[in-house]
Design a protein around this ligand. Structure first.
Ligand code: C2E
Ligand code: CA
Ligand code: CA
Ligand code: CA
Length: 277
């Protein structure tokens, strides 16, 4: 018994240690990721329930690490925030996203692209100017650019975020509240922040067919959003059953593996031509 405990303990300590070592190594490498051209922009399509057609896409960052392979953002965005690198990452994402959105626009493709911002971006006084500069450089139509801000990033410091949101909104872009339902949002802020849509967090959507409580949360969020004149996007739409439930509830937009997996952003237009949407 003692041996098993000792072995179990050693294993546990070992894996924590490995995690920590990996994080430290990644943190060091992250400084060079941009200079070494290791960041990649992926994106995932969104489909409108009404038309059954693709109505936009979300830009999703990846890190093509030379040894560790393709790394998902959950593993490095927080590291970047802690290392003070998030502004450089966001700048890279903004440039790549505007460039691609402009290419779609120039090809006559109407495909709004949404860009994720982190809490620290909302408190970066230079962010709005950078976005304004990109509009001036590329000539993107504002209705084809959207920003996603997590509920927790907004509630972190709602008054501080308000100024950045107001500046972005003055450029006529659309603003989405992301991961809705996972933070502590006040209904007052939902009412007074200049947002256009809410994205129901995938944790509620993905199990709404199996779990009645999740279904209730999804249904109430759709009602609340519509009563406040907000469009409602459901993330984590993983199968037909979820699609059918959301469609019956009057949800506006679906995003998830059932609609399409994230793909390299350069290949989305081609993916779309071959998809059933
Ligand atoms: P998010 O904004 O909530 O993005 C949705 C995530 O859910 C994506 O993970 C997507 O691949 C995944 N997903 C999509 N459909 C499904 C589904 O049906 N089922 C399940 N289980 N998952 C699904 P990803 O790409 O790994 O991104 C994770 C998070 O990293 C994002 O969550 C976002 O918060 C953050 N992130 C991604 N790109 C950026 C970026 O450019 N800037 C910032 N600041 N954060 C980013
Ligand atoms: Ca998002
Ligand atoms: Ca989300
Ligand atoms: Ca999320």
């Amino acid at each position: 018994h003692a041996k098993r405990t000792a072995a179990g303990h050693a294993l546990y300590a070992g894996s924590l240690d490995q995690d920590c070592t990996r994080r430290l190594a990644l943190m060091g490498d992250l400084h060079r990721a941009i200079a070494n051209d290791e960041l990649r922009l992926y994106c995932q399509p969104k489909v409108a329930f009404g038309s059954g057609r693709i109505c936009g896409a979300e830009a999703l960052l990846r890190w093509q690490h030379p040894r560790a392979g393709l790394i998902a953002p959950d593993e490095f965005i927080k590291l970047a925030e802690r290392a003070g690198l998030i502004r450089s990452l966001t700048r890279w994402v903004l440039e790549a996203a505007f460039r691609q959105a402009y290419a779609w626009q120039a090809a006559g493709q109407h495909r709004p692209l949404s860009i994720n911002l982190s809490a620290q971006d909302l408190h970066d006084p230079a962010l709005a100017d950078r976005v304004r500069g990109l509009f001036a450089t590329w000539g993107n139509r504002p209705e084809l650019i959207q920003f996603e801000l997590t509920e927790s990033a907004l509630m972190d410091d709602p008054e501080g975020a308000r100024e950045t949101l107001a500046q972005l909104k003055r450029m006529d872009v659309q603003l989405f509240i992301d991961d809705y339902g996972t933070g502590y949002s006040s209904l007052r802020y939902l009412q007074t922040l200049p947002v256009d849509a809410i994205k129901i967090d995938q944790s509620f959507v993905a199990d709404m067919v199996a779990n009645e409580d999740s279904a209730t949360i999804v249904r109430s969020t759709i009602e609340l959003g519509h009563n406040l004149d907000l469009s409602v996007v459901a993330e984590g739409v993983e199968n037909q059953a979820i699609w059918d439930r959301l469609s019956a509830l009057g949800c506006d937009t679906a995003q998830g593996f059932f609609v399409g997996m994230p793909v390299r952003i350069e290949s989305l237009a081609e993916w779309e031509m071959q998809s059933r949407w």
